[in-house]
Design a protein around this ligand. Structure first.
Ligand SMILES: [Zn+2]
Length: 97
């Protein structure tokens, strides 16, 4: 953890640390298709729930994993970012977990 304030490379403003997230509202029960002629699954209330997921950075390390079945080893890193409080410039970084 660094205590040094990051400075915006564009305007020199203060950068705030943050994370990239996806937020998606989903129906937990499948909505009936307008073309469906089947019997609707009645009785179940459809609940809207917000699903949050975080993107990650993935890259191939060039190494192979596995003894019999060789696969490309992949490395996953979380993505963090800094946003300028003045001009809203966003700087993204990949970070080891
Ligand atoms: Zn800025």
């Amino acid at each position: 953890m660094s205590s040094v304030d990051k400075v915006c490379p564009k305007c020199g403003g203060k950068m705030m640390k943050g994370e990239v997230k996806f937020s998606a509202e989903q129906l937990s029960t499948r909505a009936p298709s307008p073309f469906s002629t089947g019997i609707p699954m009645g009785g179940l209330p459809s609940v809207m729930e917000t699903v949050e997921s975080r993107p990650y950075w993935e890259e191939r390390t060039g190494e192979k994993t596995g003894f019999i079945f060789k696969r490309d080893e992949k490395r996953r890193m979380t993505v963090v970012g800094y946003r300028c409080t003045l001009c809203n410039f966003i700087d993204l970084y990949a970070q080891d977990r």
